[in-house]
Structure formats: C-alpha cells, structure tokens
Ligand binder design. Structure first.
Ligand code: S3P
Length: 435
C-alpha cells in the first residue's frame, strides 16, 4: 500500500438510490485460484476479485508454476502445471490471512520447502490454529512463536480426524487442502458450521468429499482426489455488499439494488440480523453459479430499526460483517448485544478494541466485552466531528464511512486506502448511488 489517503464521510440528505454490482467474493476468489492450481490443467475464472488480498494468492500460485493470463480486468485463464515448481523466493501473503492459512495446507504435503510471509498486521495473527492440526498430520512447520513467517518443510502427510476448537473456515480449509493430497480419510469437525465455500468447490470439482452432521458436530471428510478442471464463476461478495446494505437501511430516502450477490447460507447471518432488527430488504432473481447460491439484494431505508441479541451459532455466519452491524445497531432503538465473537480480536486488527474505540469517538454508546460488545442505539443521531484511525483494517475503514452517513458533523477517516485489501472501487460505487 503506497499512498495512504484520508477521506471525509458525511450525511447524504437525498439518500442512496440506484443499482450497483459489488466486487467478487474474496473467499471464493482465493479458493478458485488455489483449487484450479491443483487441477494440472486449464481453468477459466470469471469475476475474480482484484483486491490486494486475492492478488497476493495469485502471485503465490504463479511462483509455484501456474501461468495466468487476464483476458479482461476480472476474467483470467489459469494454466496449472502437472506438479508445482519449488518456489525460489519467499511467498508474500501481504495482509491476507486466508492466503496464508489455505496455502499452508496446500503446501505442507508437497515434496519441496516453502516460506510464507506477510505484512505487519498478518505477522501478528495467530497461526497455531493451523500449525497444530498440520503437525498432527506429520507436517513440519517452523514459525516465529506460532506467527508468520512460516517455513514449511514439505512432507508426505497422514490423514487425521480433527475437532477444530474454533469454527474457522480458514482452519477447516487448510486441513482439507492438506487432506485432498493425502491417502486415507481426513475428517474435520466443527461445533458450529463456518463458511463452506471450500466444501462446495471440492464438490464442484468432483473431489471425494462428504459433509454432514452427527452427534459430535458438523463434519467434512475428504480423501485424496484429482480435481476435475472446470470453469469457475464467482458471485459478488456479501461481506462487501454489507456496507451498502447498511448504508441504505440507515440513510433516509434510500433504496438500492445490489446485483448478483453470493447468498450461501453460511454467509447470510447478516440477513437474519436484518430480520431481527426490522431492516426492509428483499432477495430477487435467485440463481446457482458454480455450485454457490446467488441473488440480487434490494434494501431500502428502514425507519424502525430495533436492537437485538447476536450470539452462538450465527457468529461464524456474519463474523466479517460485525463491524458494520455495530453501525446498524448504533442507528437502532434499544440495545444490541454481540457475544461469542472473541475471534474478532484475531482479524486484520483486534476488531473488538479498535471498533469500540473508533465508534466511541464518533458518539456511539458502546461497551467492550471480552467476546463482543454492547451498543445502546442512538436512533440515527451520532455526533461525529472527529478523526478515526483504521488500524490497517479495511472493514473498519468502510464501517466508519458507513457511520458517517448518520453523523451530525462529518468525520475524517485516516488511511482509508486500506479498503484496497478487498474493495478498491468502494468510493467509486458510492458516488454512483449518492447525490
Ligand atoms: C475466511 C474465513 C473467515 C473470515 C475471513 C475469510 C475464508 O476467517 O473472517 O475474512 O475465506 O475462509 P476465519 O476462518 O478465521 O473465521
């Protein structure tokens, strides 16, 4: 990230109106590259996310011998080698936890060594959650006290049955990516189901995979498989759409339609919260694209927002949306409590303490808890008139921008360019639907 830009967010008296298309899903974009790279053949990927995170994964798979040609800004042809080349440089994952954790799983079972590194934020994030299960499979990973950089000594792995202590799609996917290249059945259990894009893509590419639920929890079983090359089309990212959805709900006179958004049920916790909080929304034109559900989401100004409780099984289904849901809660009447979300402290920033600090400054009545926060709604009337920091975190930057729409005085958001991590065209899209 070279130029770090500060920007202003303020009330939009005419509301937000129009039809927009949101950037492609980041989680699915990472997976499309990592999975296509293992087909040993040619795969066309359409509507690929060109945010910095997915670019990091792209550079890594190129360093492993994949050839990638963009036919336009969002469409690429990936030619995968029959087997990967040993990389001759450190593999840079930038700001992206998904790149580092998923690629570790893919690389641990190879017959070469590799090193994965990241930026300042990623180098502070916990990697024990993947080093431990991969270690049980026989992988050898050297780390800086369970943090990046990770030096992976390639080895033949053994299958395991693993009960994940956290419901994390990155952990689950890491183990499944090691398992798909390991003889025998590798099983991952989680107590609550995290996003299942890896399972869906393995199914789509005809891997030997089984998912279900038994008395021990949600399981995924995978066996060594050759992935069948198929073209992959990626839907819009509901986590990016979430900012515009909340803006439309809180800014008077708004009505927007966001086209072609991924609505995989493991990602739509925010819609369940919309139901509880009385947000006016509709899903139109439902479809299935490359084994993932999609639809257009219409949201309009919602005058009677109510606070609610958010905890338990829903948390993994809205983990990335919690910062912007906090903004929605601050615009509601009554109290909203978020619990069981302690893993928010391990994201691009400690999203509990940095969010509480930023929103407090803006005028939100918010109290920090070890596993979440409590917000007393102010019915769309925040004072603003302050500067807030983004803490190297794209989702905080966009959440503060969203809060600016209900502030009496404008707010200045520092280092807003962190949005490039997932959503470089955020301001351009905003200008399309604002006055
Ligand atoms: C992701 C999983 C989630 C999410 C992250 C993307 C993925 O992380 O927060 O933005 O693509 O698998 P965890 O698996 O750590 O919860």
């Amino acid at each position: 990230m070279n130029s770090l830009k500060d920007i202003v967010s303020k009330k939009q008296n005419k509301g937000l109106r129009g039809v927009i298309t949101i950037p492609p899903d980041k989680s699915i974009s990472h997976r499309s590259l990592i999975f296509a790279a293992q087909t040993g053949a040619r795969v066309k990927i359409s509507n690929f996310s060109y945010g910095a995170d997915c670019r990091a994964t792209l550079e890594v798979i190129k360093a492993l011998g994949c050839e990638v040609d963009f036919t336009d800004e969002r469409t690429l042809i990936l030619n995968a080698p029959k087997s990967f080349n040993a990389p001759d440089k450190v593999l840079d994952c930038g700001n992206s936890g998904t790149s580092m954790r998923l690629l570790s799983g893919m690389l641990a079972s190879r017959n070469f060594n590799s090193t994965l590194a990241g930026d300042e934020s990623l180098s502070k994030r916990p990697m024990k959650r993947i080093i431990e299960p991969l270690g049980l499979m026989g992988a050898k990973i050297k780390s800086n006290d369970f943090k990046a950089p990770l030096e992976i000594i390639g080895a033949k792995l053994n299958p395991i049955e693993y009960f994940s202590p956290i419901s994390s799609a990155q952990v689950k996917s890491c183990i499944l990516l090691a398992g798909v290249n390991t003889s025998g059945v590798t099983t991952v259990y989680e107590k609550t189901l995290s996003r299942n894009h890896s399972e869906k893509m393995f199914e789509y590419l005809e891997a030997d995979i089984q998912t279900g639920r038994d008395e021990k929890g949600f399981y995924t079983k995978i066996q060594k498989s050759k992935l069948v090359p198929k073209d992959i089309e990626i839907a819009g990212d509901i986590s990016s759409a979430a900012f515009f959805m909340v803006m439309a709900a809180i800014a008077p006179n708004s009505e927007i339609i966001i086209k072609n958004v991924g609505i995989n049920p493991t990602r739509t916790g925010i819609l369940d919260v919309f139901d509880k909080m009385s947000v006016n929304y509709e899903i139109l034109n439902k479809n299935i694209v490359s084994n993932e559900e999609t639809g257009d989401i219409k949201v309009s100004y919602s005058p009677n927002l109510k606070g609610c409780e958010i905890s338990g099984e829903i948390i993994p289904r809205l983990i990335d949306e919690l910062p912007v849901i906090a903004v929605l809660a601050s615009a509601a009447d009554g109290q909203t409590t978020v619990s069981d979300a302690q893993d928010l402290r391990n994201k691009e920033s400690d999203r509990i303490s940095s969010l509480v600090c930023g929103l407090k400054k803006i005028g939100v009545e918010i109290e920090e808890k070890s596993d979440g926060f409590i917000i007393s709604g102010t019915n769309k009337n925040l004072k603003g008139g302050v500067e807030v920091e983004t803490h190297l975190d794209h989702r905080l930057a966009m959440s503060y921008f969203t809060a600016g729409l209900i502030c009496r005085d404008e707010i200045l958001i520092k280092d807003f360019n962190w949005v490039n991590t997932s959503f470089p065209e955020f301001l351009e899209l905003f200008s399309k639907i604002s006055e």
